[in-house]
Design a protein. Sequence first.
Length: 460
Amino acid sequence: MKPQQAAILVVEDEAKLRRLLELQLAEENFLARTAPDAETGLRMLNEQNFDLVVTDLKLPGMSGTEFLQAVKRVNAYVPVVIMTAYGTVESAVDAMKAGASDYVLKPFSLAELVLVIRKELATHQLREENRTLREELGRRYEYKNIIARSPKMQAVLALVERVAPTNATVLIGGESGVGKDLIARAIHEHSRRSSGPFVKINSTAIPENLLESELFGYEKGAFSGATTSKPGKFELADKGTLFLDEIGDVPPPMQVKLLRVLQEREFERLGGMKTIKVDVRLIAATNRDLRAALEEGTFREDLYYRLNVVAIDIPPLRDHKEDIPDLANFFLTKYARENDKSIQALTPGAMKTLMDFHWPGNVRELENIIQRGVTLSVGTVLDVADIQLDDRAKRNAGASLHVLPEGTTLEQWEDETIREALRRANGNKSQAARALGLSRNALRYRLSKIGVPDPLDNDT
């Protein structure tokens, strides 16, 4: 069947009319199938999908109304057009109440029937699109070890659902502790590479002089202590996924090598001459603002666009606090089981304490606090006394109201500080940048953000 053809079932006991309708519908570019009675029509409906049914209201054996009801039991959404004689309009109306989409009165012109069919098909398509959209909007995405009931986190998982089956490079952004590694693993486990390895490397946990050998491996004798050859993370991740965490902290020389791998899918081991080709999907993550890093000149623009094919930004916990109860209960169950404790729940007071906190350490901090509470608790519930929040974080949260001038936000204060530095430097951006502890490009970037026109350079 051609993609543009709609499949139509015609149920009509009069052979000549049945054949005429079949020929006319075929001429109108429909795929028409016919049946002489309701029983045959039902059998065909069970064997093949039809986009629309046209049926006579008066049929031998099972009546047209009974057939309509049976059709709706097979497929509640398929539109049904009734053909009926002029004197039985009342029966046609009853059929509409029973689920028929429309009717035509005999004798009718073929053009009239085709017009009704096209109208019903178009209406049906719109209804299906709306139904699908409602189902998608109402769908709850669920992944192992990921608690995400809030709309913001459901939006993140919807992106995971769409990007996972592809080979696209993904850049995951978000503050430390929001769960970037869980999202990366979810993408891998729902991709076509799920049977391959998932290899993780944190660039900040490895000294800069060792990062190249960790990523690309090395040959025997490549450096002092290299007594054997060793494959790097890219080789180990072949046919799978490499998750490079904290990509924003990768030093510039290594950024050049990463760019080459992303472009050509090949590299050489440290101290080696042989070019190694790999089939690796790269997922990168960062808690830094890479756009600002571009302006500061600390991150390569070409590498950024290679990484930022699909961007997934995970919100901080304070922006989706409605997930806290489910997260807290998940961690409570996990650590109670691990510690063989009979703790069943958090008291309302304990939950309120968690909900009122601002969570600078995000989900990781919440997990640590629940783990600590379960470990030290001697009761069957976690109460307020068991929730030991970071005192320093609490003090900072309480004092933050007094750090800035009253009625001033941090963004406003920063904007005014930049403007004041520029005024004191008489518009000289280099001097203003030095006074603020910024690079010249970083200052340009912030000036553009606050809408300050680029003044004439006094940097001669």
